[in-house]
Ligand binder design. Sequence first.
Ligand SMILES: *Cc1c(COP(=O)(O)O)cnc(C)c1O
Length: 658
Amino acid sequence: MAIETIVGPRVETPPLASSEWSVMDAVKLYGFDTWGRGFFGVNPEGHAVVQPTGDPRVQADLYQLLANLRERQVLTPLIFRFPQLLARRIEELHESFARAIKEFNYQGHYQGVFPIKVNQTRNVVQEIHRAGRRYNYGFEVGSKPELAAALAIHDNPNALLLCNGFKDQTYLEMACLGRRMGKRVIVVCEQVDELPRLLSMSDRLSDLPEVGFRCRLYARGAGRWEESSGEASKFGLSTSDILKGLDLLKERGALDLLKMLHFHIGSQITQVERITQAVQEAARLYCKVYQVADTLKFLNVGGGLAIDYDGSASSSDSSANYSLQEYCNDIVDTVRQVCDSEGIPDPVLVSESGRGVSAYHSLLAVDVRATGPEEVDLSSLQPSRETPRPVKELKWIVENLNPKNFRELYHRAVNMRDEVLSLFSLGYLSLRDRAWGEGLFRRIAELVDFHLAAEHARRRDTSHLRRYLSKKYTCNFSVFQSLPDFWSVGQLFPIAPLQRLNERPDMRALLMDITCDSDGKIDRFVDARADKRELELHSLVFDGANNGVPHGPYYLGIFLLGAYQDIMGDLHNLFGAVTEVTVWVDAATGRWHIPNIIEGDTCGEVLEYVRFKREDLRQQFSDQLRHLQQDGVIDAETAGRMQAQYEGLLNSQTYLAG
Ligand SMILES: *Cc1c(COP(=O)(O)O)cnc(C)c1O
């Protein structure tokens, strides 16, 4: 994607902070030009922007949005949702399949469904429903609550409603009910017992929903979820199960019900070759089953369409070695070839792309609350006769380190630092001596890092040095609530500052969240070429710092969070759902507006998730105040004030506010 289109034309005068650093450098450094796919970029003022329709003239400045929200007391952490971006992805998916179908002269069409488990948030589901209407885009569900949502929302008789997952009696009854309401319900059998149970629901075939078989393929996915596919996978019917199912349908005179073959070999399939293999096997199965049941109509290739989170366009776990168009071409061409060779009509193609549709549409904005460690002020170090030898030695090393001797002096410094720490443990060093020792060692490490960089000889075995030198930026969010896949499966997400992108970043940082869990940190970052362990950020000047420069908040954006993260997050430390802000950008005027703000969970709300009752908590709290009052510890007025404060706490958000 060309840089010109990333830097939106609507903003005036580009005030470059430094002649050696431009916003283009920031675009490259953080990868806006790769993973951003034209949806995210940087404007000449150095602010990150969203272009939700993919058109650079339809643009919103994320930093200005945050400033505006802050004036209205809507604070970070918050999720931005861009419904236009969801709509655009649905369009891209359908346009890409349409192009492939035309190019390969495929005789069927494409008809997708959104697997609702990827994001069941009401606003998201409603926007998908609205934007998908003109494509007869349907839903796929995998549980009773998901079915309950879909039964109410789904209102297009031409759109599919696919029922996957484990199914009890109620689930199957509700699928039949959907059928009687005129919905195009297909029950996809994943277990051998589902078909006989479904067929026993009614003697009249017309009351029953249509049927699909989920096949257990021999082909496997690739990437993080490879294990969820293949012969030993948890889901799907084996070849002999399929034969049994066909016999049963024949016996009941119900072969006409069989409409779909389905497979799903896992999410985020990083290699297109694996998709080809699976589609080829499934298309062959389709043809063989079609020879028994020629009412078969749909071939459903499941999910797996991957997102290039790290921008490397490779088969690394957080990427994909294919584009959306290549994905579509691959499926269409493979199915066509197999069906041609078997003389079977081309099926209607169905896909259940969840991640591919929803990942781009949301991002999390967080504010950095603190950075550390503080620099130790070495100017006050005046060695005296009492200063311990290793501290003196470290001071000498700082003063004498040079490009020739830094390797050998560094090893000496490590020994001296160890000596400082063990002398301290044995009681021979003061707190001040230890602080000096640590400060001096840090200074030495910085100098060594500098010399190494100058030599262009940053060898692998020095990465621990860089990690040691990196700053810790404490950010107002919870990894467990907002980025569960980073914590659980090591999924990387793009992260970048939302402002000051026209200034060269001068710090290498790790991000700490505000949970009391040592896993609550981000220490791996996306990069198109390298395994990146620190993120380049700007040093901060906080209010009340020595020079008193009043600085606004420093915001980071964590991007591409729209798939799975909204729903898989948990309440670790009782940090709850964050505030959500929906943003529209008007194509005609280029102005953004905010149709919807949903406040994040309050402390009272998260406590109810763990079965506390707010009423009981209030009561228990006030009982204690009453006893204190009876004992004469506080007066009535104080008790009233304390009760009001407690009430305020229950009604406040769970994240850091003031
Ligand atoms: C989870 C799931 C999907 C969605 O997969 P993505 O990789 O997010 O597209 C589709 N189909 C089934 C059956 C699933 O379980």
